[in-house]
Design a protein around this ligand. Structure first.
Ligand code: ADP
Length: 228
């Protein structure tokens, strides 16, 4: 929990974010500028357009995630059936990653409801599943399991057999712009941490290089007063 709080402190450092955004945006912008200059000198090749489009795509993902972070959104909390939400998220992820196999197991939580902002919690699981997919570039099985944890919590486990992470990498998860991927933004887990914190839950990673990764998300159940 201490480490979690330390991460939250980091997340609130706006200056760090601004510096990060500037840095992340500079590379694609410099690249696009270079290609525009080439085009202007009539030295054009069709692949320049592809590279420029890819750079724009990268800029778009950074901006989309950044806008999400800075938005002062009013949160729409409602009671949401967990099993239903996980089925739908798993289906979406499966359609986007046909080379992978998603196996969902709902243990003793078929009727369990969460008090949550549905679209944010969906985003958390979509993101964790896409990280699992990206850790296994040649495909493979991703296991998702939901079960009770004590009397007032659920735990959702996502297990991949992908590239895994070293201790040092594990420690840096959730840090803004920490990414080991060529086209990564390093904002996804930061947003994920923030959403889970907002829901009074917590997230825990265990991993080892080349052994895969296990993510455990703990979320509180529907408040008893809601059903009383
Ligand atoms: P991004 O996916 O854009 O890199 P994230 O914040 O989602 O940003 O993740 C940060 C980093 O954490 C990734 O670049 C990767 O190194 C590591 N990571 C996250 N999930 C996994 C996973 N399931 N397996 C291996 N590495 C992971």
């Amino acid at each position: 929990a201490e480490e979690f709080l330390r991460k939250m402190d980091k997340i609130d450092v706006v200056g760090q974010l601004a510096a990060g955004v500037a840095h992340e945006i500079r590379n694609p912008v410099t690249s696009i500028k270079g290609f525009v200059q080439l085009l202007r000198r009539d030295q054009w090749k069709s692949e320049y357009f592809d590279i420029m489009l890819a750079e724009f795509h990268q800029l778009e993902s950074i901006l989309r995630e950044f806008v999400f972070l800075t938005q002062q959104r009013s949160h729409q909390f409602e009671s949401q059936n967990l099993a239903q939400l996980l089925r739908s998220v798993t289906q979406v992820a499966q359609e986007e990653a046909p080379a992978h196999q998603m196996v969902l197991e709902i243990d003793d939580v078929e009727e369990t409801c969460l008090w949550c902002d549905q679209s944010q919690i969906r985003q958390v699981f979509i993101h964790l599943l896409s990280n699992a997919v990206e850790s296994m570039p040649d495909g493979g099985t991703i296991r998702i399991r939901a079960l009770r944890s004590g009397h007032d919590q659920v735990m959702i486990q996502i297990v991949d057999k992908g590239c895994g992470m070293s201790e040092e990498r594990l420690k840096r998860l959730g840090e803004p712009f920490y990414s080991t991927k060529e086209k990564g933004t390093g904002l996804g887990l930061m947003i994920t941490y923030k959403i889970i914190q907002y829901h009074d839950g917590y997230i825990h990673f265990s991993s080892a290089p080349n052994q895969g990764t296990k993510v455990e998300v703990y979320l509180p159940l529907n408040r008893p007063t809601d059903t009383a």
